[in-house]
Design a protein. Sequence first.
Length: 77
Amino acid sequence: MSRKVFINTEYITLGKLLKFENILESGGFAKDFLLNTKVTVNGVLEQRRGRKLFPGDIIDIENIGSLKIDKNEAKTT
């Protein structure tokens, strides 16, 4: 089962997601991390830190788990 990551914008880049989820200390480590760790987006191997992730995308990170991007909808009362 994947853990949901809620975003307030149209998309988030893969590098920002890794930092946001505390997988990396800073976005500067993203390039090396992606070269040395198997990361797939919707089942396709991905090594670009600038890859745009949209709601519905599923990211599988080797030895960490799965993340699913979801839209953070504003709730009205």
